[in-house]
Design a protein around this ligand. Structure first.
Ligand SMILES: [Fe+2]
Ligand SMILES: [Fe+2]
Length: 248
């Protein structure tokens, strides 16, 4: 990152804003989501190096010192690398993540103060929004993985699921699974091979996410999808099976 990147802000659902920065060296967008509510929530911090850019974007939407919750799927730099920077800026910002994330990595490595572990099925109310936490071990990857689903707007914050490479549009109603599948095939042939595991639990976990019937699917990398989220997740499950489990 040369510090020249610009972020793009797009409202993907009422009061849910996508902050997207395209890093050309790796041909990937890094997306964070800022939810405006009585208790504002940021989903994904981005890496430490992105902090000034993300902070600038968040500052256009809210007073960043009022941030209350910082959520993410699993312990990785693009998910929570700048957690400490955010917590030093926002005195009441608390990380929310899985019990495993908190115990195994987050509290020791990257948090300025203890995270709040969410139980599977627990709902965090931030005002008008209700975020349900789903524990999803190894989906998209990592033992500690989880997902947040906002029940009123039916928005699934889906981390690395539906990852699409390139400088793609902010929001689309067109299929994004074919782009996701292209990325999987491309990654299998390079240093990022086996990016996502396909385990004995993958299909069941994705089925549980599909049952939520999201209307908006918000990946960390690539376009947000608006449409029939249940079908999209089932299609994604099939694509993962074909590429990663080696069966058609
Ligand atoms: Fe990841
Ligand atoms: Fe990621």
């Amino acid at each position: 990152m040369g510090g020249k990147e610009m972020s793009q802000i797009t409202e993907i659902a009422p009061d849910v804003f996508k902050i997207s920065t395209f890093i050309s060296e790796v041909n990937i967008q890094f997306n964070q989501f800022l939810v405006k509510d009585e208790e504002p929530l940021l989903y994904h911090t981005g890496m430490k190096g992105l902090f000034p850019i993300v902070n600038e974007a968040v500052s256009k939407l809210i007073d960043p010192t009022t941030l209350r919750w910082i959520g993410f799927s699993h312990f990785e730099a693009d998910e929570c690398g700048a957690l400490r920077e955010w917590q030093r800026l926002a005195p009441n910002a608390t990380a929310i993540c899985s019990f495993v994330s908190k115990m195994v990595s987050v509290d020791d490595v990257v948090a300025d103060r203890p995270a709040r572990a969410l139980e599977d099925g627990e709902v965090l109310v931030t005002g008008k929004f209700r975020f349900k936490f789903l524990q999803t071990p190894h989906v998209p990857h990592a033992w500690d993985a989880g997902h947040l689903f906002e029940e009123n707007s039916r928005t699934l914050l889906c981390s690395d699921l539906f990852h699409q490479n390139g400088e793609v549009e902010a929001v689309t109603k067109s299929d994004i699974v074919s782009r996701f599948k292209e990325m999987l095939i491309e990654y299998q042939e390079g240093p990022f091979a086996n990016y996502l595991p396909y385990t004995t639990k993958t299909e069941k976990i994705l089925g549980r996410l599909a049952d939520l019937q999201p209307k908006t699917i918000a990946p960390m990398h690539g376009s947000t999808y608006v449409g029939d989220g249940e079908s999209a997740i089932l299609d994604l499950a099939q694509a993962m099976k074909e590429v990663l489990a080696g069966s058609v």
